[in-house]
Design a protein around this ligand. Sequence first.
Ligand SMILES: O=C(O)[C@H](O)[C@@H](O)[C@H](O)[C@H](O)COP(=O)(O)O
Length: 171
Amino acid sequence: MSGHVYSINDSATVEDAATDYEFVIRQLVKIRTIGVSESTDCPKFDLILLSMGSDGHVASLFPNHQALELKDDWVTYITDSPQPPPERITFTLPVINSASNIAILAMGVDKANAVHSAVSDSSDGPDAPASLPARMVQPTDGKLVWFLDKAAASSLEALCDDAYQQQHREY
Ligand SMILES: O=C(O)[C@H](O)[C@@H](O)[C@H](O)[C@H](O)COP(=O)(O)O
């Protein structure tokens, strides 16, 4: 197992650590230890496991941060995280979205609003995708599964009721 663990170099600067980590991933893709997505040319991980913060951040991709717009980088760094620590490295959305399976975990009532917005259809105003990174997790060619406790799912009851009533009206 240890031969398959590639840790981040935490003694380098975040910029160097991100560059080094992306280099490692690119080598692993080259020798096909990690598969490649035919549609995106990104690494295709079997599973990416994320947890979501109450602000809707996943990985170290925070609301309205420019890191959300990266298209060509696989790994990036930030130095201005709104939550400590300020310096972080993270996979980018193209890599996350290329995975075969993505699981997002959310626990606690403080996640309820973000869960509701992330799985609802609205895409304007405060629910615009970049204001809620979890909404931007949309697998290109894979599956997304949410794991919620009751508290995190508590705002979904209203959503389900609405959908039920909508369907009911159509019959
Ligand atoms: O520093 C971070 O980015 C956070 O620690 C994050 O990774 C965490 O997993 C979520 O915010 C949910 O955390 P809880 O489920 O503990 O609230």
